[in-house]
Ligand binder design. Structure first.
Ligand code: MLT
Ligand code: ZN
Length: 468
């Protein structure tokens, strides 16, 4: 993208103020800092301006204007992403959807709602609950992430084992393409075989094809009396043995894990151990537990796992409040380690491959990172593991990133052998762009480029993200 003199910038922004109220075209340092970055904190924010459209028409006008003047646009949701996809570090215009945050329609017969892209995830979840229904895509950043961002990254989270990912809940999308056209995709239909389904191209596109402005989402019935168990586990193999059994016998809605090293960080933030004994790993599992029979079954399975030596201790929630407290042991990990500037890996394989992958990765990390603190946690029941390497205080960020990057090459080579993905749910953005070839071969990337070209011929939509 071209750089602009101060005078040219003023003129360009005046042009935007001709169709978007001046108060919603910002250049103050605070806004540039806040809207120019995501949760990665790896890239210095440097946007040209922040624009907050209030209507679809304004989004279209902005995209057309950007095409005319070859302005790069970075679509922006809650910026809770972890791959740099929403970062504006090269003089781009950030397009924040936060003013477009209304629920527009709800239909109890269809069990679906339509909302603007800037709607906060939790607002949507609460709205569904008030209707006696449930929006099951859930994660710790629910209070600030926006549905448009969730869709643009195909967000996963903590209930995927039962409910799938964001993609599985989107039945309609309105998008403004990189050409400025408004497309109304699938319109909430369950069945529709009338050709290519462009909706799915926008899901996981990380803002590189256009801007999602509205979404229609399915809802479902709420979970019946969910209980949470936290189990102390001696090793990674036992986790998978427990998974096999519980997945078979219980109505699981979550099967998460974390290591003792990860747990210690949340304990430092004031949470309490689930039980006295320390174990190398912990499983957190949630299951429907509507009556005595289900409770007895769960306890019998617990006993069986004990006898097999797969676990050494455990606790089961006795109330909703206790379930929430137990969930915090897992959900708060990410925030509790953010001050250590973790190098994040977010890898996935088919579940059947998890044990073999973990054995190899464990050996690699022990060999390559003897001096670094390595934390494991994640959605192991989905085949998705987060491996976080914490930066030692006295090590320079650039040196740390280089060392971790070198190990990533080995890690991703292992992953490639197991047919896995370098990004399960955080996206590619900037952080994983150098490693995309481990997951997608050149031929496939060629098709991705052709799709990008069709939707965004001038390359104004989030340039430099996913691929160059
Ligand atoms: C999580 O599972 O906690 C989130 O994906 C965030 C993270 O990986 O740090
Ligand atoms: Zn996660």
């Amino acid at each position: 993208m071209t750089t602009h003199t101060a005078r040219e910038t003023d003129l360009l922004l005046d042009g935007i103020r001709a169709f978007i109220e001046a108060a919603h075209v910002r250049t103050d340092p605070d806004s540039c800092l806040n809207y120019g970055r995501d949760w990665t904190r790896l890239y210095a924010p440097n946007p040209l301006a922040i624009v907050l459209p209030g209507t679809i028409e304004q989004v279209q006008q902005l995209v057309r204007y950007a095409n005319e003047h070859r302005l790069a646009l970075v679509p922006s949701g809650g910026r809770t992403g972890l791959s740099g996809a929403a970062v504006a570090c090269r003089g781009e215009v950030v397009v924040s959807l936060e003013r477009m945050n209304r629920i527009l329609d709800f239909d109890p017969v269809d069990r679906s709602l339509t909302c603007q892209a800037g709607t906060i995830t939790e607002t949507l979840q609460n709205f569904a609950r008030e209707q006696g229904l449930y929006y099951p895509v859930d994660f710790a950043s629910r209070g600030s992430s926006q549905i448009g961002g969730n869709i643009a990254t195909n967000a996963g989270g903590i209930k995927v084992i039962r409910y799938g990912v964001t993609r599985d809940w989107v039945t309609g999308l309105k998008v403004v393409t990189g050409r400025g056209d408004l497309l109304d995709l699938n319109r909430g239909l369950i069945k529709n075989t009338s050709g290519y389904d462009l909706r799915h191209l926008f899901i996981s596109s990380e803002g590189t094809l256009g801007i999602i402005v509205e979404a229609t989402l399915k809802l479902t019935r709420p979970l019946r009396e969910p209980s949470v168990m936290v189990l102390g586990v001696p090793d990674l193999d036992s986790i998978m043995a427990i998974y096999g059994l519980l997945h078979d016998k219980l109505e699981l809605s979550a099967f998460e894990f974390f290591s003792e090293l990860a747990l210690r960080h949340v304990l430092q933030k004031g949470l309490h151990r689930p039980f006295e004994e320390e174990t190398p790993y912990y499983v957190l599992t949630e299951f429907e537990n509507p009556d005595e029979r289900h409770t007895e079954e769960a306890l019998a399975l617990f006993e069986h796992c004990m006898e097999q030596g797969w676990l050494s201790d455990g606790v089961i929630s006795q109330s909703e409040t206790q379930a929430k407290e137990l969930w915090r042991l897992r959900e708060d990990i990410s925030e509790s380690i953010s001050e250590h500037q973790p190098y994040k890996n977010d890898i996935a394989v088919r579940i059947s491959r998890v044990p073999a992958l973990l054995t190899e990765v464990d050996a690699l990390l022990t060999r390559e990172y003897p001096d670094f603190e390595v934390l494991w946690y994640g959605h192991i029941g989905d085949g998705n593991v987060h491996i976080n390497i914490l930066k030692p205080k006295d090590l320079e960020s650039a040196v740390f990133a280089k060392k971790c990057g070198a190990v990533s090459e080995h890690l991703f080579a292992i992953l490639q052998r197991h047919g896995g993905s370098i990004s399960a749910e955080h996206g590619v953005g900037l952080t994983k762009k150098p490693y995309l070839h481990y997951t997608r071969d050149e031929t496939e990337v060629g098709y991705l480029r052709a799709i990008k070209q069709a939707f965004d011929p001038n390359g104004i939509m989030n340039p430099g993200k996913i691929f160059d």
